[in-house]
Design a protein around this ligand. Structure first.
Ligand code: HBI
Ligand code: FE
Length: 288
């Protein structure tokens, strides 16, 4: 499948009204399956001791170590049994309301193409490796699975509040780039990290980024970058904490508060922050 940016305002030719398409697993070439295997081998080797227990359990329960791009018929049987979620194929990025509606109904939309060899470390649009290897293992965890449903429902409600930018930051700093404090140390669970070789090491071990205890309002005020490693990571104490602080919070008053609070610049540290590590920002400064 072509690998240009798929950003449309209506479902493309051949897609369903909800933007899903058939995975058409048989159409993936041997080279595409080999690309998956190459990325899988590189990531799975470095994740023990770095990825959250829930992520590693998910890889195991879903049998993602089977060679090749996963066939969703097979994957979904295991995922359904674990948490009632399923993976559906989409051509690429889908509109926000479509995305939220899928999540609210326990469907995770996954890009139906795989990166080219020259994009091994970075691509802008989520491909099947980022979406399935990065996101789906956590969806086999019952608590995280419920968090994602709550996020989808919250997303649909936010559309009436003009609050999408704030809510997107919550997704960014948890689902994509979240860290978790386990009893045996700091671990990664965000899909953007676990699907990236360089960032998996950087997020945990580099002195550059700030590591700050997760706070819902703080996160929703914090800008982020999409072009390079993050300058901040937010650390949750447990998946239960994450689910509780979001599922039990009425976001409407928060949105009201946020209207009057300024955004926080990417690497700023506030007096109220519970800092686990004050970043040197050496990495970002070297590039500037
Ligand atoms: N579409 N396929 C896909 N994947 C995403 O992660 C995604 C999307 N559309 C919108 C969207 N994300 C954003 O609304 C969220 O990141 C908040
Ligand atoms: Fe993602």
């Amino acid at each position: 499948m072509a690998n240009d940016l798929h950003v449309y305002d209506k479902p493309p030719e051949g897609a369903n009204a909800d933007w899903t398409i058939p995975q058409n697993w048989d159409a993936f070439t041997a080279a595409e399956h080999k690309m998956w295997d190459r990325l899988f081998a590189r990531q799975s080797e470095m994740l023990p001791g770095r990825a959250a227990d829930a992520f590693l359990r998910g890889l195991d329960v879903l049998k993602l170590s089977k060679p090749g791009i996963p066939d969703y018929c097979e994957l979904n049987q295991r995922l359904m049994r674990a948490t009632g979620w399923q993976v559906v194929a989409v051509p690429g990025l889908v509109p926000d309301e479509v995305f939220f509606d899928h999540l609210a109904n326990r469907r995770f939309p996954a890009g139906n193409f795989i990166r080219q060899p020259e994009q091994l470390d970075y691509l802008q649009e989520p491909d099947v490796f980022h979406d399935v290897f990065g996101h789906v293992p956590m969806l086999a965890d019952p608590v995280f699975a419920d968090y994602m449903v709550a996020y989808g429902k919250g997303g649909l409600r936010s559309l009436g509040f003009d609050a999408l930018d704030h809510l997107a930051r919550l997704y960014w700093y948890t689902v994509e780039f979240g860290l978790i404090q386990q009893a045996d140390g700091l671990r990664i669970y965000g899909a953007g990290i676990v699907s990236s070789y360089g960032e998996s090491i950087f997020a945990l071990e580099d002195n550059s980024p700030n590591r700050i205890k997760f706070d819902l309002l703080r996160v929703m005020r914090t800008r982020y970058r999409i072009d390079d490693f993050q300058q901040n990571y937010f650390v949750i104490g447990s998946l239960d904490e994450l689910l509780r602080t979001t599922a039990e919070t009425d976001f409407a008053p928060l949105y009201g508060q946020l209207e009057h609070l300024p955004d926080i610049a990417i690497a700023d540290i506030l007096d109220d922050d519970k800092l686990l590590h004050r970043g040197t920002q050496a990495y970002a400064l070297n590039k500037a």
